[in-house]
Design a protein around this ligand. Structure first.
Ligand SMILES: Cc1ncc(COP(=O)(O)O)c(C=O)c1O
Length: 383
């Protein structure tokens, strides 16, 4: 019966990260710096809001776009933090994690044969959805430009099939982010073209060098920009599955149809928790951000002292050092690291082919664990 499946499903595989974990699952006494979620508990008042929502029987379907109070809170939060204005009635959709926002965007805008520019190394959640939509992922290698898409690199990859460019920043896996000036360069190319911009800003609250600047603040491209964000990283709420998308009303109206037939609405209980997070917990991220920053400084010093070539991340909670590969690929190196060094990092090839030669290290772990893992990594490199 396999031939009966959607043919495009055969073109996508389980993620490199998952494959890697399956291979090392039985190894013992390994310290892992692999995980991509905050190591903090969800703040108490947010959990309590979820409990209250249950007690008050707020357990039914909500408006397809999400409860209006939450959409209003999302609008106010984005206005205050990033100086971007979206109408809660017509321009905001609450989704099941940022993941679903990405999915409905691609399903809403892509036709078969379209191309989507992905600056790599990049989070592996985009390409399979692009493939399922019958479109093609086109990678722009950013490894020579401090992992940032430049104007020249963007122009080089635009064709008459380009439908969308994805800009995830701060970046998973590299931690690179854009300044306003760097974004302005990209905007100067995109403003006169019929190309959508999908800005995945899920790590916007985890920045260490300067405040986050949302690309949607450039009025000239607002009408073709979809901003994706959510509470998974900022409020340590990955399991609540609350994300959102911000889009001009003409586009949000269309994407809402996909969302409606896909999930009807995000979980009502989680939406009330998110409402609490974005109103009374607007600054909950600060304490986590301070802890990440301390770890970032520590890890950076250690990796540099090991002689690894590495960029200091500007945001998120990842490092993406280059490794001396000794004729191995990053997947094999990952296995060696686990088996001989007893420390797990994610092979760079999990983040597209241009991630080959690198490994992702997450610092969403307490300092003691990070220290032990880095001691082991150092030992491995000296073997
Ligand atoms: C860049 C990026 N976008 C989206 C997501 C998915 O977020 P969510 O858990 O809210 O679906 C992740 C998760 O790691 C991510 O790193």
């Amino acid at each position: 019966m396999e031939h009966m499946l959607n043919h495009k499903l055969k073109q996508i595989e389980i993620s490199g990260i998952r494959k890697f974990f399956n291979m090392v699952a039985d190894e013992e006494d390994v310290i892992s710096l692999t995980i991509g979620q905050p190591d903090f508990h969800t703040p108490e008042h947010i959990k309590q809001a979820a409990v209250n929502a249950l007690s008050l029987n707020r357990t039914g379907y909500t408006h397809n776009a999400g409860i209006l109070e939450l959409r209003k809170a999302i609008a106010a939060y984005n206005e205050e933090k990033y100086h971007i204005s979206y109408d809660p009635d017509k321009e905001i959709i609450v989704t099941t994690g940022a993941s679903q926002a990405i999915d409905i965007t691609f399903r809403g805008i892509l036709n078969s044969g379209d191309e989507v520019i992905l600056p790599g190394p990049i989070y592996p959640g985009y390409e399979p959805l692009i493939t399922l939509a019958g479109a093609k992922a086109v990678y722009a290698d950013t490894t020579k430009d401090a992992f940032k898409l430049t104007k020249e690199n963007l122009v080089k990859h635009i064709t008459n099939k380009t439908k969308c460019v994805v800009l995830p920043y701060p970046s998973n896996p590299t931690g690179a982010s854009f300044t306003k000036e760097e974004l302005n360069e990209l905007v100067s190319v995109l403003k006169d073209k019929d190309i959508f911009i999908l800005a995945d800003e899920i790590y916007s609250e985890l920045v260490y060098e300067r405040p986050h600047y949302s690309i949607a603040a450039f009025e000239s491209i607002r009408d073709k920009t979809i901003v994706i964000n959510g509470l998974s990283k900022s409020h340590s709420m990955t399991g609540f599955r609350i994300g959102y998308l911000l889009a001009p009303s003409w586009l949000a109206k269309e994407l809402l149809k996909v969302h409606q037939y896909n999930v009807s609405c995000a979980s009502s209980i989680s939406q009330y928790a998110a409402l609490e997070a974005l109103t009374n917990g607007k600054n909950d991220t600060l304490i986590m951000q301070e802890a990440y920053n301390e770890r970032r400084e520590y890890v950076y010093k250690r990796l540099v002292s090991m002689g690894l070539s590495v960029n200091k991340p500007e945001g998120a909670f990842y490092f993406f050092p280059k490794f001396p590969m000794k004729e191995m690929d990053s997947f094999q190196l990952g296995l060696e690291l686990v088996r001989k060094g007893k420390v797990a990092l994610v092979p760079g090839s999990s983040f597209s082919v241009v991630g080959e030669g690198y490994m992702r290290l997450s610092y969403a772990y307490d300092l003691e664990t990070i220290k032990k893992a880095l001691d082991r990594l150092e030992g491995f490199l000296q073997m």
